[in-house]
Design a protein. Structure first.
Length: 210
């Protein structure tokens, strides 16, 4: 299957994409992960993307589309894949169509903005190994350092309160119109992302239908 996960930053689409990937045995293509790795490595594309990410804005289409096209051409995508974080705009969705890639399902994880803001501003990450924590839902043992490698935990630049609000505004204005785009194609499924992760997972399985 070719599946796309849609939802505001912090809605939990990445978690559900990973769970679906493991269940169906198809790779998750996460542009967020790829771009953050490029930023960390200081590549030309990463430096170009960094200013957009730290401001809570979308990385320009030409960069993102190039990354996706190259990734989907790899052998592990022959039997299907999961897109997490792409497309983010209607023009990107149209570009995907022009690449000859027809999606089977688009899963929109729906969570209220106030819940997302609480989730994201409480997130903490380890700069050493990349492990993720949350101050209330999943704190490290001492609340300061990583349980795995003892590196001090930090707040990602795009998890700062003012940036979270900016990212949510960008999502509603730029990405949410994709729901109508895929609804018209008859492949959009809405999933309630409130509550425990396992509850959302069950709803996601039902929405995918496999």
């Amino acid at each position: 299957m070719k599946i796309m996960f849609l939802g505001a930053p912090g809605a939990g689409k990445g978690t559900q994409a990973d769970k679906t990937s493991a269940r169906l045995g198809i790779p998750t293509i996460s542009t967020g992960v790829i771009i953050r790795e490029a930023v960390k490595c200081g590549t030309e594309m990463g430096l170009k993307a960094k200013k957009f990410i730290e401001a809570g804005a979308l990385v320009e289409d030409s960069v993102v589309i190039g990354i996706i096209k190259e990734r989907l051409a790899k052998p592990d995508c022959e039997n299907g894949f999961i897109l997490d974080g792409f497309p983010r705009t209607v023009p990107q969705a149209e570009a995907l169509d022009e690449m000859g890639i027809a999606l089977d399902r688009v899963i929109s994880i729906e969570v209220p903005d106030e819940v997302i803001a609480e989730r994201m501003t409480g997130r903490r990450v380890c700069a050493g190994c990349g492990a993720s924590y949350h101050v209330t839902d999943n704190p490290s043992k001492d609340g300061v350092n990583c349980d795995k490698c003892n590196t001090p935990l930090t707040v990602r630049a795009d998890d700062a309160p003012e940036v979270v609000l900016s990212r949510l505004a960008v999502y509603h204005e730029t990405t949410e119109p994709l729901k109508d785009y895929y609804l018209a194609k008859g492949i959009l499924k809405i999933v309630d992302g409130n509550g425990h992760v396992d509850q959302t997972s069950r709803r996601t399985v039902e929405a995918i239908g496999k």
